[in-house]
Design a protein around this ligand. Structure first.
Ligand code: FES
Length: 162
C-alpha cells in the first residue's frame, strides 16, 4: 500500500470512528459513553478470592473477579465479550462495589446500575442485569467457600438473577 493509500485508509478509519461515537452519543447517556470508552477496572485478576462468569441470554459473557479484605471488597475487576453498554455496566458496577462491605455490594441491583449510568435504552437494559448478576454470583461464590475461586456459572435462560 502506498503512503497516499495508507493516509486515505487512516482518514477512513478516523471518519468511521467519529460516526460510531456520534451514533453512540445519540442513543446513550454521557455516563454510558464515558464508561464505555474509558472503562475502569477492566481485566482478569490472576489470583482472585472469588470470581464468577455469567452468560446472558444474548450470548455475551461477563466475568467479575474479587479480592476481599475483612469482609470488604478491596479489589474488583471485570471482563466481557459483550457490547459497549456491557463494558459500561461492568465498569460502573465494579466502581460501585469497590470499598463496599460484601452485604452492601451484594445489594447492588440492575436498577442501581441503570440509575448511576443515566439509563440505558430498553434493548440494553439486560446488559445491566448481566453485570449486577455477575457481581452477585461472585459474592455468593465467595461466601459459599467451595465456589469461591474460579466459579464459572453459565446462565442461558434469564438475565435477571436477583
Ligand atoms: Fe449482550 Fe449487551 S448485548 S451484554
Amino acid at each position: 500500500m502506498s503512503r497516499a493509500q495508507v493516509s486515505d485508509f487512516d482518514c477512513m478509519v478516523e471518519e468511521l470512528q467519529r460516526l460510531v461515537i456520534e451514533n453512540a452519543r445519540a442513543h446513550y447517556s454521557p455516563q454510558v459513553i464515558e464508561e464505555w470508552y474509558h472503562p475502569q477496572n477492566i481485566g482478569r485478576m490472576s489470583e482472585p478470592d472469588a470470581s464468577a462468569a455469567v452468560r446472558g441470554w444474548c450470548g455475551d459473557t461477563m466475568e467479575i473477579y474479587l479480592k476481599v479484605d475483612n469482609g470488604v471488597i478491596a479489589e474488583v475487576t471485570f471482563m466481557t465479550d459483550g457490547c459497549g453498554p456491557s463494558v459500561a455496566c461492568g465498569s460502573m458496577v465494579t466502581s460501585m462495589a469497590r470499598g463496599l462491605p460484601l452485604d452492601e455490594a451484594q445489594q447492588i441491583s440492575p436498577d442501581d446500575l441503570l440509575q448511576a449510568l443515566g439509563g440505558l435504552p430498553e434493548e440494553s437494559v439486560h446488559c445491566a442485569q448481566l453485570a449486577a448478576s455477575t457481581l452477585y454470583k461472585a459474592i455468593v461464590g465467595y461466601r459459599n467457600e467451595e465456589g469461591g475461586r474460579d466459579t464459572v456459572i453459565v446462565e442461558r435462560e434469564s438475565p435477571l438473577v436477583h
